[in-house]
Design a protein around this ligand. Structure first.
Ligand code: HPA
Length: 272
């Protein structure tokens, strides 16, 4: 199926991107920045899972950012939708087969660290996978990567340094933090958030970890950015609702787009 998806995408465009970007909940706006773009609804690509989550557009866009060719996944499949780990990571595998060597993952997340503000951005330094699954379970494809891949720098230090520098230049506040990946779809309980804080998590979300494991296994360099759409359960005396998550995502979008526009060319440069 991966090969079929690759062949289909290659038949629709001459663009051959070396960098990929995944846009999370309510963060789909970046796609409008691309020129000469081709939009492929996920439903048209063989084997590609269509995203059912509200706020996820569900299309692959290939286009140019300046003179760089880039692949943007606007919307992703989640484990909580009932998709298998192989489906959640399908897009990353296809992009790698298309020649993508660097990936940027964005997501909406709850802020666990009390120093964080709603609407802020967090540079993911590492993750804790609590989703109860690993996308590499099963026979290992040795042509992709090793059976027991190292994960000690899953989020490239070099990419983080570049992103932090660019953010500082643009006066966009962005601290580093650890992302805890939960299965969802229920938000966490306050006790779970206390537990996540105790084990070293700064933000919590329901995506990204599986995709980063696969990208890392395939030798791709990864940058991760969380958008703190809400403070995690029990921190503020109010309930969490998905509407608020999407609304904050929309508000942060402009800042995120500004950051990504400046960061992506530099990542592409560094990865050459
Ligand atoms: N928890 C889990 N996932 C999330 C949250 C949250 O508080 N906010 C946005 N995605």
């Amino acid at each position: 199926m991966i090969e079929e998806a690759k062949t289909y995408i290659e038949s629709r465009t001459e663009l051959r991107p070396s960098i990929g970007l995944v846009l999370g909940s309510g963060l789909g706006g970046f796609a409008a920045e691309l020129s000469d773009s081709v939009e492929l609804p996920y439903g048209d690509i063989p084997g590609w899972p269509s995203s059912t989550a509200v706020g996820h557009a569900g299309r692959l866009i290939l286009g140019r950012l300046g003179d760089r060719e880039i692949a943007v996944m606007a919307g992703r499949a989640h484990l909580y939708e009932g998709y298998a780990p192989a489906q959640v990571t399908f897009g990353v595998r296809v992009l790698r087969r298309l020649g993508v060597r660097s990936m940027v993952f964005t997501n909406a997340a709850g802020g666990i660290n009390r120093e964080l503000d709603q609407g802020g951005l967090v540079l993911i330094s590492d993750h804790i996978n609590l989703q109860g699954s690993n996308p590499l379970v099963g026979p290992n494809d040795d042509s992709c990567g090793p059976r027991f891949p190292d994960m000690s720098e899953a989020y490239s230090r070099e990419f983080r340094q570049i992103a932090a520098k660019v953010a500082a230049e643009l006066c966009i506040p962005m601290t580093e933090g650890v992302y805890a990946a939960m299965l969802g779809p229920s938000y966490e309980t306050p006790a779970e958030i206390r537990y996540l804080r105790a084990i070293g998590a700064d933000v919590v979300g329901m995506s990204t970890a599986a995709e980063v494991i696969v990208a890392s296994h395939m030798g791709m360099k990864v940058l991760g950015i969380s958008c703190v759409t809400n403070m995690a359960a029990g921190i503020l005396p109010q309930k969490i609702n998905h509407e608020e998550v999407l609304e904050t995502g929309r508000q942060v979008q402009e800042t995120l787009v500004r950051l990504l526009k400046a960061v992506l060319p530099q990542l592409a440069e560094a990865a050459q």
